[in-house]
Design a protein around this ligand. Structure first.
Ligand code: CTP
Ligand code: CA
Length: 226
């Protein structure tokens, strides 16, 4: 006799997930970006879809297949990601910011190709909109905002600050060491802090397992509120 599967709290929930890097164009052939692989965001999208959620994955340029049952939107720049997310402000129950968003973009975009006609050069950068904070600022009572906090090791307090400043329901503190945690690798060491200041220290896990554990905690958070 098979056990009746437990109904997930995420069943039928609309979840928007950002993933991957964003790219900010300097000219037609160059851009500013980062090493994000998109693996963590895609793992979250996969797990959420398996739990019966309606998942929209807004992703920067990555080399990953679209998870089954997930609605994928490909964008390049932070402003494009911001616009795509804004389309879902009303309909979304849970927003997870897993993208490594470029904090700045070149103030001016050069059509064509910049020539190397001087010994040094300067590129003026301007701040990008904060997509996660933007969602959080306008969110209704039933909506949940979740962010990541990528920090050098030992800076858990920075993650707590982001939780408070961006008024998040949950933050995933994530260090990078280039081997077991952070960008481009298949594993992650996450510490999750919820808005009640409950702290969950996850061990070194594959990103898919880390995503499952993270969504278990999201489900607990939904339980504790309702
Ligand atoms: N984020 C975002 N839009 C931005 C910058 C960040 O949505 N323009 C989101 C990220 O997806 C992540 C969280 O905010 O979920 C924290 O990103 P992080 O880079 O760690 O923090 P910042 O707030 O950008 O601050 P800093 O880079 O100075 O640490
Ligand atoms: Ca940042």
């Amino acid at each position: 006799v098979e056990a009746t599967p437990r109904l997930s709290k995420l069943q039928e929930k609309s979840i928007v997930i950002t993933a991957g890097p964003t790219r900010e164009k300097i000219d037609d052939v160059r851009f500013i970006s980062n090493y994000s692989s998109g693996k963590m965001g895609f793992a979250l999208a996969t797990s959420a879809a398996k739990r019966g959620a309606k998942v929209t994955l807004v992703t920067g340029p990555v080399h990953l297949p679209t998870p089954e049952g997930v609605d994928r939107l490909d964008i390049e720049s932070t402003e494009e990601m911001d616009l795509a997310v804004k389309e879902h402000y009303q309909s979304c129950d849970i927003f997870i910011g897993a993208a490594a968003v470029a904090d700045y973009r070149p103030a001016n975009y050069v059509t064509g190709k910049l020539k190397k006609n001087s010994k040094t050069m300067e590129i003026n950068l301007v701040r990008n909109p904060d997509i996660l904070a933007g969602f959080s600022k306008q969110k209704k009572k039933h909506q949940i905002a979740i962010g990541f906090s990528l920090e050098t090791a030992g800076n858990l307090d920075n993650a707590k600050e982001k939780l408070e400043q961006k008024q998040l329901d949950l933050v995933a503190y994530n260090t990078f060491d280039g081997k077991t945690s952070g960008f481009e690798v298949d594993t992650n060491i996450l510490t999750l802090i919820d808005k009640h200041m409950n702290v969950y220290e996850l061990p070194l896990l594959g990103k898919h397992e880390a995503a499952e554990r993270m969504l278990d905690i999201v489900e607990e958070l939904i339980n504790s509120d309702k």
